[in-house]
Design a protein around this ligand. Structure first.
Ligand SMILES: Cc1cc2nc3c(=O)[nH]c(=O)nc-3n(C[C@H](O)[C@H](O)[C@H](O)COP(=O)(O)O)c2cc1C
Length: 279
């Protein structure tokens, strides 16, 4: 009997840098070298795509096609095709490259692919040039992956100031090795710091309680410095749970129709206030 030949896995590398052979691209390729199972690396240079702003029409929530004719569909299709995802972005002004926010703003479209991308393994890499200047970048990539329902195996921050420098830094090469080995394994990097539920390092403080800026889980810190879980956030979870949000948004249409006349009447007085200017 012929043995079944396994198809190579498809790894999708989402590169958040416009730079050719820059740090984000190189580290993604290095990570793929350490994935021991047969695979093909497919790369998308996100900043060169055409991603238009969300028109806030809620058409997609009502299961109508998105009116924006751009490359969103291409990204979503590639995410569905992929077996795993590597996301790498340079830090720009204390955040990830803006392309991730542009895509996230169209994130209602993620609902359509949620069941097909849920729990796909992923690793996230933030490339930063100055120590102490990484800012909110890891939060942006984590938000991106979390809304897609990806299984984030690790989120790492690597220092690389000069173009391509990451590839001559033994620390980064080591990190790439760990990430490559981890991607299809059962291993996952621990959440040693930040939110004890999702690992996000961005938190709000309300008296003595910390609220995660990503999953919105609540926790405190005891006298020994240990993180004590108070309440899990309900933002993420299974696709079914997430799709409740879509249903809630759908219900909003009836609520809006019921009060539309009143809102329009109240808004009318503001119609001609101010002068719109364009370049
Ligand atoms: C416009 C711009 C803004 C940047 N802002 C930051 C920053 O806020 N913090 C930081 O640590 N590095 C910053 N950097 C440095 C890059 O994050 C760093 O060089 C990174 O390795 C570049 O990755 P790439 O080669 O994949 O583009 C900035 C670079 C550019 C071009």
């Amino acid at each position: 009997m012929k043995s079944k030949v396994e198809k190579p896995k498809l790894i999708l590398g989402l590169i958040g840098s416009p730079r050719r052979l820059g740090n984000s691209e190189l580290i993604t390729k290095e990570i793929s070298r350490h994935i021991t199972i047969p695979h093909t690396l497919r790369l998308i240079r996100l900043p060169s795509l055409n991603i238009l702003p969300c028109k806030a029409c809620y058409g997609c929530i009502m299961d109508n096609p998105c009116p924006q004719n751009d490359d969103m569909g291409f990204i979503l299709e590639e995410l569905v095709r992929a077996d795993a995802v590597i996301v790498a972005s340079p830090v720009y002004f204390l955040g990830a490259n803006a392309i991730f926010k542009k895509i996230l703003d169209r994130g209602f479209l993620f609902f359509d692919i949620l069941h097909r991308v849920y729990k796909k393994p992923s690793v996230l890499v933030n490339l930063y040039g100055m120590k102490g200047r990484i800012g909110a970048a890891p939060h942006t990539l984590l938000t991106f992956a979390s809304f897609l329902g990806l299984d984030v195996k690790a989120s790492v921050d690597l220092h690389a100031a000069m173009p391509g420098e990451v590839i001559i830094d033994p620390h980064s090469i080591n990190a790439a090795k760990r990430l490559g080995e981890m991607l299809f394994s059962k291993k996952k990097a621990g959440t040693g710091s930040g939110c004890p539920f999702c690992g996000c390092e961005f938190v709000r403080m309300k008296r003595r309680t910390f609220i995660c800026a990503l999953c919105h889980g609540k926790f405190s810190i005891d006298k020994e410095g240990l993180r004590i879980k108070i309440k899990e956030g309900d933002l993420f979870g299974t696709p079914e749970h997430r799709l409740l949000h879509k249903e809630w948004l759908k219900g909003m249409k009836d609520r809006f129709l019921a009060s539309r006349k009143e809102i329009l009447r109240a808004a009318q007085q503001y119609k001609d206030v101010g002068k719109w200017i364009i370049p």
